[in-house]
Design a binder for this molecule. Structure first.
Ligand SMILES: Cc1cc2nc3c(=O)[nH]c(=O)nc-3n(C[C@H](O)[C@H](O)[C@H](O)COP(=O)(O)O)c2cc1C
Length: 376
């Protein structure tokens, strides 16, 4: 589309050089403020919609009773405090995941805590779960209706008081309970690489303890679990075996990578800091491998959400044909511009037609030849 090409050109030549010359967190905060302001005007929203959004019946899916207008969502970590729900549908997103929100308000790690890796097409993220806390964010959302499905991602407050297992579980419980009747699905993020005490709930025993307690909290929402990028397929199998015993409906693959030796990471760039986890292209391969393995071993038993390194329709489609019903992104939008969401959706439709599929749902998992047990 001509209009999209112009938007891409303007972003690459004008907006991106300005953004990339400034501190990344400052730009993130400015974009959040701008998005909040733009979203508050009905007129602006409809202009944005006509510029950016792309709709097609072949992109629609009903998953766990939730209607997704398209499979492309905003991943957790961009809209930490739930301020962008109004503007995101106009930009073309099919859903968003707010948070991660923690039991208590959290200032996050000391600045600087976000760096760009232009050659590696990634970001180093060391925010440390900065957010307004479960009471404030849930109060902001309570009683509201949303145009697109909303996922509420919860995590453990990043401080020394939640490192011990029981205290950590209580913190998750507080956040999970605060959002039990808000939004469309709940995500339990056990894979933030940037917190005090690491990722204790990414081990089967502690995950079992955590999920047992969350199972006891009444909610109509399905629960998704967000997993780390740097796990082996055996470790994934072990975590899935735990999920099988609990109220888990979907798995999000994956969070940031902590491995700095990934082939796609330029070693000179990453030397900027020894902290944090990396987003973007360096996560693409590892998350795809995990998606394929999960699909081959569980088929449609879990809804798979593919996240990591999506910069194009081809990238999103790769995750879909490997087994993801939904995809999410952040870094691709920062590098390519807001028109990317519509471009991806339009491109997915083109790829579906090329491969003879009528809908996204038909394409899910088709690259991995495993016969779907649900199909008999
Ligand atoms: C700035 C930033 C903040 C993030 N914060 C969170 C977070 O709070 N919770 C979470 O589950 N994932 C968080 N992530 C990870 C993303 O949700 C996503 O899994 C990862 O970045 C891979 O997707 P991408 O390559 O499209 O960015 C964050 C990522 C970025 C770039």
């Amino acid at each position: 589309m001509f209009a999209t090409r112009i938007q891409r050109f303007l972003y690459r030549r004008i907006a991106k050089p300005v953004f990339f010359s400034r501190d990344p967190e400052e730009v993130h905060d400015a974009m959040t403020a701008l998005g909040t302001a733009l979203g508050s005007s009905r007129g602006v929203r409809s202009i944005l919609r006509s510029l950016f959004s792309y709709a097609s019946p072949s992109l629609r899916q009903t998953i766990l009773g939730i209607e997704f207008p398209n499979p492309v969502g905003l991943s957790a970590g961009f809209d930490k405090d739930a301020l962008l729900m109004d503007v995101l549908p106009s930009v073309g997103f099919g859903f968003e995941e707010i948070g991660s929100v923690t039991g208590e308000r959290c200032a996050g790690n000391p600045k600087p805590r976000l760096w760009r890796l232009p050659n590696s097409k990634g970001l180093v993220v060391w925010y440390g779960l900065k957010n307004d806390g479960s009471e404030t964010v849930s109060a902001r959302l309570r009683g509201r209706t949303f145009e697109i499905p909303i996922g509420t991602s919860v995590a453990r407050t990043n401080d020394a008081t939640t490192v011990e297992t029981e205290a950590g579980i209580r913190d998750y419980e507080k956040a999970f309970r605060a959002f039990a009747d808000i939004g469309d699905y709940a995500t339990v993020n056990i894979s933030c690489p940037n917190t005090c005490g690491g990722e204790p709930f990414a081990t089967p025993e502690r995950l079992d303890a955590l999920l047992s307690r969350l199972d006891a909290i009444a909610t109509r929402k399905p629960t998704f679990l967000k997993l780390p990028a740097d796990i082996s397929t055996d470790e994934l199998d072990a975590l899935v075996a735990v999920c099988d015993r609990h109220r888990v409906h979907g798995l999000i693959l994956s969070n940031l990578t902590k491995r700095r030796d990934r082939a796609t990471i330029d070693p000179t760039e990453i030397a900027v800091t020894d902290k944090g986890g990396v987003s973007g292209k360096p996560v693409f391969g590892p998350s795809n491998e995990l998606i394929s393995h999960l699909w081959k071993t569980t088929g449609r038993r879990y809804v798979i959400v593919g996240t990591g390194g999506i910069f194009s329709a081809e990238d999103a489609y790769e995750k879909i044909v490997r087994g993801a019903s939904l995809v999410q992104l952040i870094t691709g939008m920062i590098f390519e511009g807001p028109q990317l969401i519509g471009e991806i959706n339009r491109g997915i439709v083109r790829l579906l037609v090329r491969d003879g599929f009528a809908t996204v749902a038909e394409a899910v998992g088709t690259k991995n030849s495993r016969k779907d047990p649900a199909a008999g």
